[in-house]
Design a protein around this ligand. Structure first.
Ligand SMILES: [Zn+2]
Ligand SMILES: [Zn+2]
Length: 201
């Protein structure tokens, strides 16, 4: 579910990453872009093939499978130096602008995959973000992954998760934050070493 008004974005084909979401108007820093909504299924029910990056974990025993016919946060492609990020709120995963996103830019988030292990071989999670600092992979280093998990778990405890039912759509929240705080943005930049240079790219 894209929460930004429709005059801010459009779906376009990218060069090498399939469809993507693009800004057609400047998006201010901190603004909530969308909520990752879809059908709640058990991870064992989810057929995860190499091309399928669309699933988002709700918790360890539930994943969200979005309706690919409707625009949604799943359209945001991965980047090592993203201009958007994830905000954990009442169990939901919201995407928000990490910095001001200029008209014409593609909106990107990091996929925050756990460190590469022996099960991911051959690994299909190759990054094609073309940033100078591209790590070449969507997998996080163990250090960043552990820091993010710790941060995310604390956030999850602070904002209560609502009860969900398998096979049902994750319901929209009754209200959303308008703007993500500078504190949260600062924490993210610290964990992932995004510096002010990156933010101007
Ligand atoms: Zn992989
Ligand atoms: Zn990259």
């Amino acid at each position: 579910m894209i929460l930004l008004p429709e005059n801010y974005w459009e779906i376009r084909n990218t060069k090498n990453k399939g469809r993507g979401l693009f800004a057609i108007k400047d998006i201010p820093k901190g603004i909530v872009i969308g909520d990752y909504i879809g059908k709640i299924i058990h991870p064992l029910e989810a057929i995860i093939d190499e091309e399928n990056f669309y699933l988002m974990y709700y918790h360890d025993h539930a994943v969200i499978s979005p309706d690919l016919e409707k625009p949604g946060v799943y359209l945001l492609n991965h980047s090592c130096i993203p201009n958007a990020f994830l905000y954990i709120y009442k169990g939901h995963t919201l995407a928000f602008a990490l910095r001001q996103i200029s008209k014409g830019e593609e909106l990107t988030i990091p996929y925050l995959l756990s460190p590469k292990d022996k099960f991911c071989d051959p690994c299909p999670h190759i990054c094609r973000c073309e940033n100078l600092k591209c790590s070449g992979t969507m997998h996080l280093s163990k250090e960043k992954y552990d820091k993010w998990r710790k941060f995310g778990d604390t956030r999850a405890r602070e904002t209560k998760r609502e009860r969900i039912r398998y096979g049902k759509e994750l319901p929209l929240l009754t209200s959303y934050p308008k703007k993500i705080s500078e504190d949260y943005i600062g924490e993210i930049k610290r964990i992932f070493n995004f510096n002010s240079m990156d933010q101007k790219l």
